[in-house]
Unconditional design. Structure first.
Length: 96
């Protein structure tokens, strides 16, 4: 059984003080947040490994092949937009 399930069982099956309940709930929520963040980072890494890094020009970033090609201040923003674009078509020179 995983830690989140254990915390939820404890919270459902016992009568902790409000301070303990608050700490346990915050711990559970933080574990869930970190797992979600790790999964999102892994997905972004897989995307970059498959399609290459976004192009950079004058300190701004973007991918060719996105529906709305906009320059972003960080490569992470460009990656997130390309990942969210269902019509993303990487340029022919990209990895893939």
């Amino acid at each position: 059984m995983d830690i989140v399930e254990n915390l939820e069982r404890f919270l459902a099956g016992s009568n902790p003080t409000s301070a303990v309940r608050t700490r346990m709930t915050k711990a559970r929520d933080e574990i869930v947040r970190v797992r979600k963040t790790a999964a999102e980072c892994y997905a972004a890494l897989q995307f970059v490994l498959k399609h290459g890094a976004p192009m950079c020009r004058d300190g701004q970033y973007r991918y060719h092949g996105v529906e709305n090609p906009v320059w972003f201040m960080t490569p992470i923003e460009a990656i997130e937009v390309a990942m969210a674009d269902p019509n993303f078509q990487p340029e022919s020179g990209a990895k893939g």
